[in-house]
Design a binder for this molecule. Structure first.
Ligand SMILES: Nc1ncnc2c1ncn2[C@@H]1O[C@H](COP(=O)(O)OP(=O)(O)OP(=O)(O)O)[C@@H](O)[C@H]1O
Length: 696
């Protein structure tokens, strides 16, 4: 039963393939968990006034998207058995909603706009849309019969996905009814958006007979170690990692071992020597125009990532290396084999076993922070909870906590990790978000899941088993203080989920992400000269055809960013760079900063980092708001550095000055983390009180 309820959450892969009937069955997988009542957690042992009323729905998480201004209010549930229901329409409703959307097709504003941008006028649209609806009801439109619609993943949950699917089917239907100039335009757009053969984008790599070594195994099994060992022996080579932090680590490790290694990340280039044998880079910056002896691509399973997957696929298909060592999870083996078979590259799979034992404890912390011990890493998935948990642990146990979370700059994360690892420091416990799962070597004895749910931007969903395994695997890392690791949960209720997830068989990745190249986007855009760039990206997504092994990475944030820059005067090439900059759109300060940078650039003015970033002065007591500001400042500095690598003429602040400001900001963040004065958001009752209230 439990396995059955969890099954929908276990699929990691996403496919977005519109525009071709044969691929119409593959769409975005879209899973939600229904909002449920909030649980009250034991942050305090002191008496807290508890209402005797039954629980009422209370928003715990309100996210305001800076661009679409949609509020999303969702709650977290502690009881996954009750709430692990996917948000889907009943089959009958899917079909009737779909029919309703089809009947109103000619009046849906965003569809009308898109159609007009292709040259189909309102007058032309109406009769064709009417015919489309009539034939759809009669079951004559390909891909729109009831059985097909019900089998398309994602159509049951999201109206935008339905519209997108409908729009693509409509264009196919409309073609014979359109004037010749529009059909020939559609034909050329379709040609450009035909992404079915991404391996053909790299002819130089195809001319080589490459050997692919696939190193797979659980975390802490030594797979990266083996691949890197081979890299150190190579006369020329590259390391491609998922994080700036990892690229830096390999860069330093190689140079410390006397092997000249350059560093290339999106934000910086450190050329130790033009003759350096090795390069350490982030995977998006992979070098594809040089012949190499060895390439190492880390965390290859990220080729299934919805937004960044394309970078791993590009590295796999495009690297001109005699030997490519891919490190990752067992889940990628069949897909890599299929892709490599198609391009005639030889694959050897090397399997690894965990180097140290890892056990799941039968006992949780019983909802009591007093049971936290030195060497524990308490994992909570919401950043807002991190400081609450830290405070509760410090108060209940007297132990000191370091913190690691995604919004912290990698440099600050590394400093916190260092403090936690250092036996001489007075940090005993680590409180972390899932950012702890990758890139840090930590002396963790036990992983404690404070929660097993994560907010995904829409609702709270249960952590996917592979993700949970990766985090759990951080305990008892080989070569650290603790020779064996342990995993448990804060609440007893969550423990069974951990057992289930750790026991989940490998879920194989079915598709790898791809992205069109900038040249393809430029060509496509030239066909739609009057359309704003955000619409160009949307139409591209709507029309793209990919083959069964691939999916089109999602342009979500880029489209939103493009929309806020549509009014600026810039070439497509420049625009594409601006919308590709790593900008966290939820951070309003970052969003404002990049729009300001783009505006100044479009006016051909100089862009001065010191005018964009004003670091707050260090103070005795630091509020969480101040910490947020510092984190935003750091992100803006990184966006600036990223753009200045691409537009050195307009981004006048030198790399050294930007680097100094970045370091100052990191120091302030480090200080702030020590002093942060945190006021709890709301009173929480103890676990016992929570249970008592439930029975009233
Ligand atoms: N043969 C070895 N000799 C010495 N140290 C090793 C050996 N194999 C692995 N290690 C060390 O063990 C730790 C884990 O190895 P590694 O990072 O290669 O594991 P992994 O399987 O890639 O894990 P993850 O996916 O978690 O990064 C590293 O600190 C690594 O240096």
């Amino acid at each position: 039963m439990l396995r059955q309820t969890l099954r929908p959450l276990f699929h990691g892969e996403v496919s977005l393939c519109f525009g071709s009937t044969s691929f119409s069955r593959q769409c975005i997988r879209h899973f939600n968990v229904k909002p449920a009542k909030e649980s009250i957690k034991p942050f305090s042992k002191q008496p807290v006034k508890v209402s005797t009323k039954p629980f009422t729905k209370q928003p715990t998480h309100r996210v305001r998207h800076p661009l679409n201004h949609k509020n999303d209010t969702t709650q977290r549930s502690k009881n996954y058995k009750k709430t692990n229901t996917t948000f889907q329409l009943a089959p009958g409703n899917v079909f009737s909603t779909f029919r309703k959307r089809a009947s109103a097709l000619a009046t849906i504003p965003h569809i009308r706009t898109k159609v007009e941008q292709l040259g189909i006028s309102k007058e032309m649209l109406k009769p064709i849309a009417n015919g489309f609806y009539r034939d759809l009801i009669a079951g004559k439109v390909e891909g729109c019969d009831k059985d097909t619609l019900l089998s398309v993943n994602g159509l049951a949950g999201d109206r935008r996905i339905m519209d997108s699917y409908l729009y693509t089917r409509f264009l196919e239907y409309a073609e014979p009814h359109l004037p010749k100039e529009i059909t020939s335009k559609l034909t050329s757009l379709k040609k450009i958006t035909d992404l079915r053969f991404p391996h053909e984008w790299y002819p130089e790599a195809r001319r080589m007979q490459r050997k692919i070594h696939l190193h797979v195994g659980p975390t802490n099994s030594g797979k990266t170690y083996s691949a890197l060992k081979r890299l150190t022996e190579a006369k020329s080579g590259i390391y491609c990692g998922p994080l700036r932090l990892l690229a830096h680590e390999i860069f330093e490790r190689m140079n410390n071992n006397g092997i000249a290694c350059n560093l290339v990340t999106g934000e910086e280039k450190r050329i130790i020597s033009e003759d350096a044998t090795l390069t350490s880079s982030t995977v998006e910056m992979v070098e594809l125009n040089r012949d190499l002896e060895v390439a190492v691509v880390d965390e290859i399973q990220m080729m299934g990532d919805r937004t960044r997957g394309w970078a791993w696929t590009q590295a796999l298909l495009g690297l001109r290396a005699q030997e490519i060592h891919l490190c990752g999870e067992e889940s990628v083996v069949p897909l890599i084999k299929q892709i490599c078979e198609a391009i005639d590259d030889e694959v050897t799979v090397h399997r690894y076993k965990r180097l140290t034992p890892l056990s799941i404890s039968e006992k949780s912390l019983g909802g009591n922070y007093e049971n936290v011990k030195k060497g524990d890493c308490v994992v909570t998935f919401a950043r807002k909870d991190i400081f609450e948990v830290k405070r509760a642990i410090e108060r209940e146990t007297g132990l000191r906590c370091a913190v690691v979370y995604g919004a912290l700059p990698p440099e600050s994360r590394a400093l916190q990790a260092k403090a936690f690892n250092d036996a001489a420091s007075n940090f005993d416990v680590l409180v972390a978000s899932d950012a702890v799962g990758m890139g840090l070597n930590l002396n963790i004895k036990r992983i404690v899941f404070e929660s097993v749910q994560k907010y995904d931007g829409k609702s709270f969903t249960f952590i996917h088993p592979p993700h949970l395994k990766q985090i759990a695997g951080r305990a008892g890392r080989f070569g650290t203080t603790y020779a064996q690791g342990e995993v448990t949960t804060f609440e007893q209720d969550d423990l069974s989920y951990v057992f289930e997830a750790m026991d989940t068989p490998t879920l194989f990745l079915k598709t790898a992400g791809i992205h069109p190249t900038l040249d393809i986007i430029e060509m496509f855009s030239a066909q739609m000269p009057d359309a704003p760039f955000s619409s160009v990206l949307q139409t591209f997504e709507d029309m793209a055809t990919v083959s069964g092994k691939y999916f089109l990475c999602n342009y979500g944030d880029s489209k939103a960013l493009a929309q806020s820059m549509d009014h600026l005067d810039m070439s497509v090439r420049d625009r594409y760079q601006f919308v590709s900059a790593p900008t966290p759109l939820r951070d309003t300060a970052c969003l404002q900063a990049i729009i300001e940078m783009a505006t100044l650039y479009s006016e051909n003015k100089d862009i001065d980092l010191k005018k964009l970033v004003k670091l707050p002065a260090a103070k005795e007591s630091v509020t969480k708001t101040k910490l947020d500001q510092l984190e935003s400042c750091h992100k803006i500095i990184m966006i600036y550095k990223w753009l200045s690598m691409r537009f050195p003429d307009n981004f006048g602040t030198s790399a050294e000055e930007a680097g100094e400001l970045k370091e100052q900001c990191e120091l302030l963040i480090d200080e702030a983390l020590k002093k942060v004065h945190f006021r709890p958001r709301m009173k929480r009752a103890s676990y016992g009180q929570h249970k008592k209230t439930k029975t009233v």
